[in-house]
Design a protein around this ligand. Structure first.
Ligand code: ADP
Ligand code: MG
Length: 451
């Protein structure tokens, strides 16, 4: 009997079931089934998972068989088989294109095993005060065969090693037991899978897939804040795994209790295991990370330059690495010797952004001190040149060294208008261009402020 005939028999059966059982039941339980073949007088139907097969066979098996017999006289029995593997990977029979839910499942099964970055291992992770707790917790979870902390919740600002630690855990577990089923993905990817499964009416397969993992790692969970149905689904997945003694590892940019837009029950559940935070880097940690990274660099980088970079690039480790890579690339391509001066040139744009952390208060204080005027003159309406020029210089520096807008700057100078600030900026630029002494003054102030 041809595929097309079988397909149409099955479609009529599904239509009848839809009118008898209603849309939700058919969408959740019947639609994921695929008619496979007729062998003798047995019609084989495939379910994407054992769970779904059992449920359908127990609850609707009799009715499905009745309807099939009625639709097609050759059918005596219906056999529902579970075949995640074959239903997903089997080539679609000739003459029949894949259904959308088949397609969705095929992609899902591929996507669940996201490739791990071979560089992100425990060996390459430099430990220091700011990350020692997170490191120890990650190592413990990776090396213990029984579940000690569940979940492990790693949090900290961007670029400080959360993803690195998660990959390290995965590598470590893999190296000890290759057959453990590890799923690592971003929360965004989790949501993507979930939404796709809803759209393709395939949520059972989705659930099954996620519940079959031994270790589930979800990176950047803050992404699903405010996304209620994804949270709901994650909550159930999470509970199912924890109840079955499977390890769950989650990362976020904030602690569980600070995750605004996260359902209360999920927040509290996330805090049940071990919560480990990663703090902003210290100079010492930055320097040891740089020292460890240069051991594999193609050109030697002087210690002084590493110190300079560790001193200047304080935002996060990703930027720190980026800065070092730039210095090395520049040396390789331009052939210039690596010195603090050359590094300063290469990194000039990065240095400017870190210089922007100067506060307006510091600027006013330093400028007032430099010109020996009172701090209150920064806010006063006095217009005599002795105070007006330093004030204009301070406004100019505020514009140059902070990210504040002209109106904000004006507000900080005794509630001045933004046009006043603009005028000050132009005026100082003018003076700098024409007055070597004053230009030297301003350069000095910038040095002091951004040191
Ligand atoms: P996050 O996930 O917290 O945003 P990542 O794990 O992606 O940060 O880390 C950013 C970069 O910094 C990566 O290239 C990572 O390898 C590196 N890195 C972070 N922490 C360390 C560390 N302690 N030792 C070495 N490299 C690190
Ligand atoms: Mg990350």
């Amino acid at each position: 009997m041809g595929d097309v005939v079988l397909e149409s028999v099955w479609n009529s059966v599904c239509l009848k079931l839809r009118s008898e059982l209603g849309d939700p039941v058919v969408d959740s339980w019947i639609s994921p089934l695929l008619v496979d073949r007729l062998e003798g007088d047995t019609l084989y139907v495939k379910a994407p998972s054992a769970f779904l097969r059992d449920w359908v066979a127990n609850n609707y098996g009799g009715r499905i068989a009745d309807l099939c017999r009625r639709e097609c006289e050759n059918v005596k029995n219906v056999d529902i088989t579970a075949s995640i593997a074959s239903a997903v990977r089997v080539k679609s029979p000739v003459g029949r294109s894949k259904t959308s839910s088949e397609r969705a499942r095929t992609e899902d099964s591929v996507d669940l095993s996201i490739p791990l970055d071979p560089k992100l291992t425990f060996e390459n992770f430099v430990v220091g005060k700011p990350n020692e707790l997170a490191y120890a917790a990650a190592l413990r979870v990776a090396e213990c065969d029984n579940v000690v902390y569940n979940p492990l919740f790693l949090y900290g600002p961007v670029g400080l090693g959360k993803t690195h630690l998660m990959h390290s855990i995965a590598w470590s577990i893999k190296s000890r037991s290759a057959n453990r089923n590890i799923a690592y993905m971003s929360a965004e990817k989790f949501m993507y899978h979930f939404i796709k499964s809803v759209r393709f009416r395939d949520t059972m397969a989705f659930k099954e897939q996620f519940r079959a993992v031994d270790v589930l790692m979800i990176d950047d969970i803050q992404f699903i804040c405010g996304k209620e149905s994804t949270q709901e689904e994650f909550f159930h997945t999470f509970n199912a795994l924890v109840d079955n003694n499977r390890q769950v590892i989650v990362s976020a940019d904030k602690s569980p209790s600070d995750l605004d837009g996260m359902e209360e029950r999920l927040r509290s559940r996330l805090g049940w295991g071990l919560v480990a935070d990663i703090h902003p880097t210290t100079y010492e940690l930055r320097l040891s990370i740089l020292q460890s990274k240069v051991t594999t660099a193609p050109v030697p980088v002087p210690g002084k330059v590493l110190e300079f970079v560790a001193h200047k690039i304080t935002s996060n480790i990703r930027e720190l690495e980026g800065a070092l890579n730039r210095i090395i690339a520049n040396a390789l391509f331009v052939g210039r010797e690596i010195t603090v001066e050359s590094a300063r040139d290469v990194l000039s744009d990065l240095l400017r952004t870190s210089d922007r952390k100067v506060t307006i208060d510091e600027i006013q204080k330093k400028v007032a001190a430099h010109y020996a005027i009172k701090m209150s003159d920064m806010f006063s309406p006095r217009r005599v040149r002795q105070v007006a020029l330093p004030r204009q210089i301070a406004m100019y520096l505020a514009k140059k060294l902070t990210t504040m807008s002209l109106p904000e700057i004006g507000k900080n100078f005794g509630g001045r208008d933004h046009t006043t600030v603009l005028h000050a900026v132009k005026k100082v630029e003018d003076v700098i261009a024409n007055d070597a002494n004053l230009s030297e003054d301003v350069r000095l102030l910038i040095n002091i402020l951004t040191r």
